[in-house]
Design a protein around this ligand. Structure first.
Ligand code: GDP
Ligand code: ZN
Length: 291
């Protein structure tokens, strides 16, 4: 008897593909015709597996909804961008670039401000700015458990990648969600910095809840994607509803008169910090265009 099953590739190693099917992991080979066509099977791919007494074979790879470059994972449902509110201080510029990149890669971003215990309640304006912009924002603390249940609920289904600088608490968060789990963090970034050969194996860990989490954090090196200068604003959800009211089509929301975005900034409907960083990134794109 042979059974055809649907599952998710959680690891590719040594010529085998490990496929999670209903809580079980099957070690599979790739069907000859797929190998022949050089079909690229990634961690995160949804596949059908033919299971028989002779073993398990990946027969078909379904089209992907997206694919991340780093870590190389397909069909990512969300990237949780973790920053500490302090120690290390958050780079909001880096966060904004992550957000632009996730938009570009068609992955839903979730922002997680960790180490919330280190910040007084009166200093959370920068956190509120992201919620105001329309993003999903979590505030967590692995010391007192704040926000951990909310994080756990986010991970119930689908594929999640954690991203963020080292030292912000990514491993601690994952361990708080499910004790015993951890991420390969800092170490990998350092190897890349030293320019050593680094194997880029990534594995999806099956959580008790059924969700899958990548064991390697994302976005360790960041390059601004190719974006046309007039398209940058569409990467900012808080600007979207104002853009149509600017006097000029193709308005860059910089020096143009009767700009609805600048007006929204001046009355506090758009966070001025986010807008300031938008201008910096815009300048970078302008310089790139000039060559
Ligand atoms: P990673 O490099 O992003 O995986 O960060 P780690 O999980 O290794 O955490 C870095 C440091 O921050 C460790 O010393 C943790 O104990 C500490 N840490 C993690 N979460 C919190 C938190 O919510 N509050 C505080 N005060 N420290 C934290
Ligand atoms: Zn404008």
């Amino acid at each position: 008897m042979a059974f055809r099953l649907k599952g998710v590739v959680t690891k590719a190693y040594g010529g085998f593909y490990y496929v999670s099917v209903g809580g079980e992991t099957l070690q599979c080979t790739l069907r000859g015709v797929l190998k022949h066509r050089k079909v690229d099977v990634r961690v995160g791919d949804l596949v059908t597996v033919m299971r028989s007494s002779g073993g398990a074979v990946v027969e078909e790879v379904f089209p992907r909804k997206n694919v991340l470059v780093r870590p190389p994972v397909a069909n990512v449902d969300r990237v949780i961008m973790v920053f500490a509110v302090k120690d290390p201080d958050p780079s909001l510029m880096l966060l904004d670039r992550f957000l632009i990149q996730s938009w570009h890669e068609a992955v839903k971003p979730v922002i997680c401000f960790n180490k919330r215990d280190l910040l007084p309640d009166g200093e959370i304006d920068f956190i509120e700015a992201y919620a105001l912009a329309g993003y999903t924002v979590l505030q967590t603390c692995t010391v007192n458990g704040l926000g951990i249940q909310g994080l756990r609920e986010l991970l119930l289904e689908g594929i999640t990648v954690f991203a963020g600088p080292s030292g912000v608490g990514k491993s601690s968060l994952l361990n708080a969600v499910q004790p015993g789990l951890s991420l390969k963090t800092g170490e990998i970034g350092q190897k890349i910095k030293r320019g050593k050969h680094t194997t880029r194996h990534v594995e999806l860990i099956l959580l008790e809840s059924g969700g899958l989490v990548a064991d390697t954090p994302g976005f360790s090196s960041l390059h601004l994607p190719e974006i046309k200068k007039e398209d940058l604003c569409f990467h900012y959800p808080e600007m979207e509803r104002f853009i149509g009211n600017c006097r000029f089509t193709g308005c860059l929301h910089r020096v143009e008169p009767n700009c609805a975005v600048k007006e929204a900034v001046s009355v506090g409907k758009i966070d001025s910090g986010r807008y300031g960083r938008y201008l910096e990134i815009l300048n970078e794109l302008l310089e790139r265009e000039r060559g």
